[in-house]
Design a protein around this ligand. Structure first.
Ligand code: GLC
Length: 580
């Protein structure tokens, strides 16, 4: 049985492994490069099953070595994996008696890689999680298909297999679900030891009774196994964030953020645009500080080894991990400060605060600590509730850590106050006030299976961002306290919600202090913050003078909206930056 430190929430950092027949074409079909993620190649190129199945005959990954994989993963600081036992192509990457379309019966390789992975997991104390595509299965006529009236996937791709099986009326999902999904999940949860999570995907329009049946089966076979929200219909135990979505604020429910290291999940030739190891280290600490898990993807090559770019990142992470005391990320408690930090993030171990520094700083000023500091890794001083850490001489690792021991359990000010001169106001820390104008009501179901109600008012997303601000009558307010006076620059940070769309402003924003307008401006990309899947930009609104000890209600309004694609602009945070 699991000890408390082996619970999903304590493990914190995991590795997603997308491996299947799709690794063989690696994003190239009939000489043409596919412009979408690797594991979707069959749908993207509408490859007939008879042709796709021939890939199985070529699958012979001579370099596959589960022991080597798991050692690299464990050394890099990851505590669990989620392996694609069956992706949308329907091919089982384990020995299945339910369908001969599996790695043991259909390939010359003939080995049950999942069994080898499960054994290596045990050896390196890495917990095993399993990805299983419970709705989509292109190999089966009855596999999930939301039908011709349902909006298509990106670039007009079909969700279900309508190239081999175009007659939608012939499809019987129940037959597939009972004949393949339930018995395969039973195999997976019976034959491979303890499974820490079952990762379902793309529930689309799956009926509640199927999500419920699958959940009940998991409960019956392995009650401790956590299920992600993409099982659909609210049957999950934790929230899977959108792909590559970043967590912006502390979470109250169990969450996991799946991210890619390059642009694809399944291996793709030529996708060499790797995220820096430093960014992955930051995400590991950052998500733990916000009470969330991180799932970092690896797409092994058809030969069975990890791509070179991935190995490089894992090795850098391993070097950094060796500099860390145990349990400062996995095994830690989240950060205790209500405000965000400009210079990094914090996690907690009882009376000890772990400060992870993402920027080189001479010193850091932390406001709102009522404890006495007993000791710290660096010289420090305390004045009232402000702790100053002198960080100029700390060792420069991938993500430097400063530990601070307090005289007891942390006692922290509940107000939002500037930290190190920056007050970062996340929407999740404020109150949304819905005004007039708008009010249409409808509901759409996202890929994650969560219904997004379209009420004409903005919504707070699971990652703490505000979405779909299309009503000029709405506003968001925060209660803030400025212990130190001075000139503050005001910035508004917005981002694009979906995939690689360019950042687009298209509206005027206004800031009010206790009801008095202090700044108003059309959104401009004054500073681009991220160029990945969700480009975000900061707009500088202006500067204001704030006297010391000011307590104020800060409000953000959007008095004018001039873009048609309104749902594409989303608020990350408002920032007050003290000018020196
Ligand atoms: C999306 C993709 C799927 C991938 C998953 C990872 O749902 O459709 O191929 O496995 O993201 O989060």
């Amino acid at each position: 049985m699991m000890t408390p430190d082996e619970r999903f929430e304590k493990l914190r950092c995991g590795v997603f492994i997308h491996w299947g027949l799709y690794a063989i074409p690696g994003g190239i079909w009939q000489g043409k490069e596919v412009s979408y993620i690797g594991e979707w190649i069959q749908s993207h190129c509408r490859i007939p099953n008879a042709e796709y199945a021939q890939l199985a005959g070529q699958f012979n990954p001579a370099l596959f070595d589960a022991d080597k994989w798991m050692k690299m993963i464990a050394d890099a600081g990851f505590r669990y994996i989620v392996f694609t036992a069956k992706h949308h192509d329907g091919f089982a990457m384990y020995k299945s008696k339910v369908s001969p379309f599996n790695i043991v019966d259909a390939t010359p390789f003939g080995r049950d890689v999942l069994a080898e992975i499960a054994a290596a997991c045990k050896k390196y104390d890495v917990k095993l999680g399993i990805y299983y595509s419970h709705y989509l299965d292109w190999h089966e006529m009855d596999g999930g298909d939301p039908g011709p009236l349902y909006p298509k996937n990106h670039q007009g791709m079909s969700w279900g297999n309508d190239w081999d099986f175009p007659d939608f009326s012939q499809k019987d999902f129940k037959r597939y679900f009972e004949g393949k999904v339930l018995p395969q999940v039973k195999e997976l949860l019976t034959n491979y030891g303890e499974v820490v999570e079952l990762w379902c995907d793309c529930p689309l329009d799956i009926a509640p009774k199927y999500s419920e049946k699958l959940r009940d089966l998991v409960r019956e076979l392995q009650p401790q196994c956590r299920i992600n929200s993409r099982i659909g219909n609210g049957c999950g135990d934790f929230q899977s964030l959108g792909d590559n979505q970043v967590m912006r604020c502390r979470q109250t429910i169990p969450c996991e953020s799946p991210i890619t290291l390059n642009h694809t999940w399944g291996f793709k030739y030529g996708d060499e645009d790797w995220k820096p190891a430093r960014l992955i280290a930051e995400r590991m600490a950052f998500l733990a500080s916000r009470n969330a898990n991180l799932l970092v993807n690896i797409g092994p090559r058809p030969e069975g080894d990890f791509p070179e770019g991935t190995v490089k990142i894992l090795k850098e992470l391993a070097r950094w991990q060796q500099t860390l005391p145990p349990c400062v990320i996995s095994g830690s408690e989240p950060g205790v400060f209500p405000s965000g930090f400009d210079w990094g993030c914090t996690t907690t171990n009882g009376d000890t605060l772990n400060f992870f520094l993402t920027k080189k700083q001479e010193k850091i000023e932390v406001s709102g600590i009522f404890n006495r500091v007993v000791s710290a890794d660096v010289p420090f001083e305390q004045k009232d509730s402000t702790l100053t850490l002198h960080t100029a001489n700390i060792a420069q690792t991938l993500l430097p850590l400063v530990r601070v021991k307090l005289d007891g359990i942390p006692r922290i000010a509940p107000e939002l106050c500037p930290q190190n001169g920056v007050l970062a106001l996340s929407p999740a820390l404020g109150r949304i006030i819905e005004g007039e104008n708008g009010g249409k009501s409808s509901s759409t179901l996202g890929v994650d299976g969560v219904a997004h109600a379209d009420t004409g008012h903005m919504t707070l997303d699971t990652d703490g961002t505000l979405r779909n601000w299309e009503n000029p009558g709405d506003r968001i307010v925060w209660d803030a306290f400025f212990p130190q006076g001075g000139r503050y620059q005001i910035e508004v940070v917005t981002f694009m919600a979906y995939h690689a769309r360019p950042w687009y402003g298209g509206r005027d924003v206004e800031i009010l202090l206790d009801g008095r307008s202090v700044a108003q401006k059309h959104l401009t990309p004054d500073r681009m913050l991220e160029n990945g899947t969700h480009p975000s930009a900061a707009t500088v609104l202006g500067e204001i003078e704030i006297p010391a000890n000011t307590k104020a209600e800060i409000a953000l309004r959007v008095p004018h909206i001039d873009c048609a694609d309104v749902k594409m602009m989303n608020l990350v945070e408002v920032r007050f930056i003290r000018q020196i």
